[in-house]
Design a binder for this molecule. Sequence first.
Ligand SMILES: NC(=O)c1ccc[n+]([C@@H]2O[C@H](COP(=O)([O-])OP(=O)(O)OC[C@H]3O[C@@H](n4cnc5c(N)ncnc54)[C@H](O)[C@@H]3O)[C@@H](O)[C@H]2O)c1
Length: 296
Amino acid sequence: MSISSVIKDIKGRLDGKVAIITGAGSGIGFESAVLFAREGADIIAADVNLKSAEAVVERIKEKFPLKSFNRRAVAYKVDVSKEEEVKKLVEFTLKEFGKLNIMFNNAGIMHPHDDNCLNTDEKVWDLTMNIFLKGVWYGCKYAIEAMRKNNNPKGGSIINTASFVGLMGAATPQIAYTASKGAVIALSRELAVTHARECIRVNSLCPGPLHTPLLMDFLNTDEKKNRRLVHLPMGRFGEPIEQAQAALFLASDESSYVTGTEFKVDGGLTAAYVTPEGPCTSAPPKNYFKPTSEKK
Ligand SMILES: NC(=O)c1ccc[n+]([C@@H]2O[C@H](COP(=O)([O-])OP(=O)(O)OC[C@H]3O[C@@H](n4cnc5c(N)ncnc54)[C@H](O)[C@@H]3O)[C@@H](O)[C@H]2O)c1
């Protein structure tokens, strides 16, 4: 039996599916793009930073011989806060790949001047809302239009990245970010119910605080990091690959009866009143992303 015939028989968890991932150039999006590709999906890695989207495509090609699996991964530049650009992203996907099964609305920012209710400038508020809330709305709108055309299988899976701060308050405020994430959860829930009979599932992913550039650039001192770490039962920040694993479940048919959830992947944060003392004992899993220092 030849290797290629063996490969043909290996079924991935996303075999034959087409996935758009926004914010694919870094963090959760990067890990998800590589993981989804490993599981058999064609990937449209979309990011406002085209170079970083191209880097994830390179990483996918380096890890997996897409040609022998007959799969594709492409980089696409999009600003999710611009409706016309999101519309074109979905049109491009339909033209090039013929369908859309998975929409992962994940792109995001954490503005350094997002503060409490009194200190946050309207420009910061509007930018945050435009990326998170309008961006997710546009992503859902055009994905739903596209998924309605799917027949075998019907519908599709939409995953909207929210956050634990959409579920609980923090005395280290980022009012625009928090408000936008609460809205993403409410929007996702309503879409899940509205489109349930079209076989379109919509879930929000609620990560805990993660070891990604988005948060680590913001928490740029040990004091800021420790202020958060004490509230995490596991005693460590999450890794983006741990979110990607959850997104993979939500994207796959294994979650066929899961819709309208606030899918928490937070190391127990939202369950905790008092956290354990002592050192963290769980070793974080390895990400696909290679920091520059590890590259040849
Ligand atoms: N890192 C955390 O602690 C944490 C916790 C909860 C939720 N989240 C959410 O997870 C998602 C991903 O965050 P991450 O930690 O992987 O961040 P990240 O900074 O590592 O990656 C975000 C990506 O989004 C891209 N992006 C930013 N603005 C964009 C736009 N307008 N259009 C298209 N792409 C854009 C960036 O270029 C970047 O590649 C975000 O929605 C974030 O709010 C993160």
